[in-house]
Design a protein around this ligand. Structure first.
Ligand code: G6P
Length: 609
């Protein structure tokens, strides 16, 4: 995700801002930029693609002297990795400078209108429309113009705005993208996370959604978007820089688990038209017409990405009516698949660099098949080599064990299901229902995360076992595999995932009082079958934990340890049911004293075969 920083005070802004950008590097970025006001009416802007060092190279001897400025590290979402797309963005007259973290969903419509009104655009970004809107509404009062502009947009933002004509204030606002203000001695530092602030001050104020701050050298005025004043308290932050980068969480993995509601919102942003029951996927527009002719979809990935594809296979077949098959990239690349002309292949990869997935993609391209991607890392090889695709928009995943990428891949697969389904036989009523349920998912995930303490308690009860079986059926069969994968990769507890219906063909022989089973048993179309399987385990003395749907009290008669998830559409249950499994694996590993973010023998991005 992008990193933003702003400074107003007595020191030279540029060195401080560049130092702050380096602290934000861990968030991942592909370009960076800085704007500093030298004196009233005069600003210097520098941008570059690549590392902060390159930006410093561009600045060279011209390090600005001024003591007000803003800076940004960009992780591309809308528009390629170019100097023009790097922030800060500015208005036609180069008076107002802005940095933004987030996504503006309705930027296309707004841009069209602004172009008609004569605004000159220099980038392909969603962000640039915001600075032109501020210019449009500016009548001498920057706060007023910012508020009017923010009322026009839909989406998420953390912004800092600086006007070179009146450089004695920074205007800051937030909706769903973090903003923290550091309060120093006659100086203020604004940033998207505390790691860029802590070396200057530990006194901070958190901005909440819907709030804005007007910061001048003499103080801060907090208001809401109706300009009603707000009283806010300064807090003392005791984190060190590393803790701040992890958002105060002890591990990146936990941060990535706990922030899934926000990431999911970003993956959905601007992509659902609820009233029409449609998914709007900009990255597929170029091939949209060809896609309605497709008669088969092959889904390819490795590890967790493969498992999200396995859920996608069920979704796409059941709701889109499109035959789908999921394949492990490492196997697929050496097979001789029979690919008809009307087959498309979908490659799923968080990093966009996994060697086997890439090799499978290259092989399929040689056969002349349409290739699509679900990729998180913008500009990565797989994103470039596929003809069209959908980005996750969730920022880089740092924990080696994939968590937020999995749930984001699932939500994008559900958007794709809606997209393919509505191109085919799916009714408007069903389309609207799916769109409505998708839009509720981030909040439902938040509700599951509220149960973190009870999941931690279960981990305390079970972490000393040496073996685990995970079972599920239909949509939750791949979730059982993912739960087992999470546990084994970070806690080194031997865990197997199985389709519950396969138990009698072998694994049930393992069950005894020392071999617990995790059953994924939401109230779905295969619930009764799942319960029979869990009864069979119980009859053999195996301890059982289960994930079940809220309101199912009956299950407690059979199973002692139940974690409830809210009700949703059957095809979306994996996004909720996997959360307790992620947390369970996490706490088991922590209790075993292991390095959760960097498990032994594993790499985040597997770029060799
Ligand atoms: C590695 C990672 C996994 C990931 C897999 C595929 O094994 O540790 O978390 O699921 O690679 O990676 P990709 O970047 O292609 O999604």
């Amino acid at each position: 995700m992008c990193g933003i920083i702003g400074y107003i005070g007595n020191k030279k802004a540029a060195p401080l801002l560049l130092g702050g950008l380096r602290r934000l590097e861990y968030r991942g970025y592909d370009s960076a930029g800085i704007a500093v006001v030298e004196k009233r009416g005069e600003a210097k802007v520098f941008k570059s693609v690549g590392k902060i060092d390159f930006l410093c190279g561009v600045i060279g001897e011209n390090l600005p002297e001024g003591n007000r400025g803003i800076a940004h590290t960009r992780w591309a979402t809308h528009g390629g990795v170019t100097v023009a797309n790097a922030h800060p963005h500015f208005d036609c007259e180069e008076n107002i400078f802005l940095v933004h973290n987030g996504i503006i969903e309705n930027y296309r419509e707004l841009k069209e209108n602004l172009l008609k009104e004569g605004h000159k655009f220099r980038s392909e970004t969603d962000t640039e429309i915001l600075v032109h809107l501020i210019e449009k509404f500016f009548n001498g009062d920057l706060e007023h113009a910012v508020i009017k502009a923010l009322k026009e947009i839909r989406g998420t933002y953390g912004i800092i705005v600086l006007d070179k004509r009146n450089p004695d204030k920074l205007v800051v606002a937030r909706n769903s993208s973090p903003i923290i203000i550091g309060v120093g001695d006659n100086e203020f530092i604004v940033a998207s996370d505390a790691s860029a602030i802590l070396e200057h001050t530990k006194e901070i104020v958190y901005l909440n959604d819907g709030e804005m701050a007007v910061i001048s050298p003499s103080g801060i005025e907090f208001t809401n978007l109706s300009r009603e004043k707000l009283a806010k308290k300064t807090e003392t932050l005791e984190w060190n820089i590393e803790e701040a980068q992890r958002g105060g969480y002890p591990h990146f993995m936990l941060k990535e688990i706990m922030e899934q509601p926000e990431y999911l919102k970003n993956s959905i942003a601007g992509r659902l038209i609820k009233e029409e029951g449609l998914a709007k996927l900009g990255g597929l527009e170029s091939v949209e017409n060809g896609l309605d002719e497709i008669e088969k979809l092959i889904i390819v990935g490795c590890g967790t990405a493969y498992l999200s594809g396995a859920v996608g296979e069920y979704m796409i077949e059941e709701y889109a009516g499109l035959p789908a098959e999921v394949e492990l990239a490492s196997e697929f690349r050496y097979r001789k698949p029979i690919l008809g002309k009307k087959t498309a292949a979908l490659f799923i990869s968080q990093s966009g660099e996994t060697a086997d997935t890439l090799a499978a993609l290259q092989e399929v391209k040689r056969k002349g098949i349409l290739t699509l991607g679900i990729v998180n890392a913008v500009g990565s090889t797989i994103s470039r080599e596929t003809e069209a695709g959908v980005y996750n928009h969730i920022g880089p995943e740092i924990g080696v064990a994939s968590t937020k990428a999995f749930t984001s891949q699932l939500i994008i697969l559900s958007l794709l299901t809606l997209f393919f389904g509505r191109q085919r036989q799916m009714s408007l009523v069903m389309g609207k229902r799916i769109a409505e349920e998708i839009s509720k998912i981030p909040e439902l995930v938040r509700q599951v995360l509220d149960k973190t303490d009870s999941i931690k308690n279960l981990a305390e009860k079970y972490y000393k076992y040496s073996n685990f079986l995970y079972v599920g059926r239909k949509y939750n069969y791949p979730v059982a595999l993912e739960g087992a994968l999470k546990l084994k990769e970070i806690s080194y507890i031997h865990a197997e995932g199985y389709g519950a219906g396969e138990m009698k063909h072998g694994p049930i022989a393992l069950i005894d009082k020392n071999f617990p089973t995790f059953g994924i048993a939401p109230s779905d179309s295969v619930y009764e079958k799942m319960i029979s399987n869990l009864e069979e385990i119980k009859a053999r003395g195996g301890p059982i934990l289960a994930v079940a749907t809220e309101g199912n009290e009956k299950i407690k008669k059979i199973i002692e340890d139940v974690i409830y998830i809210p009700k949703t559409l059957e095809m979306l249950t994996p996004i909720l049911s996997v959360i307790p499994l992620q947390l369970f694996a996490y706490y088991c590993a922590v209790l075993r004293g292991l390095d959760v973010d960097k498990p032994r023998n594993l790499a985040k991005s597997v770029t060799v075969e």
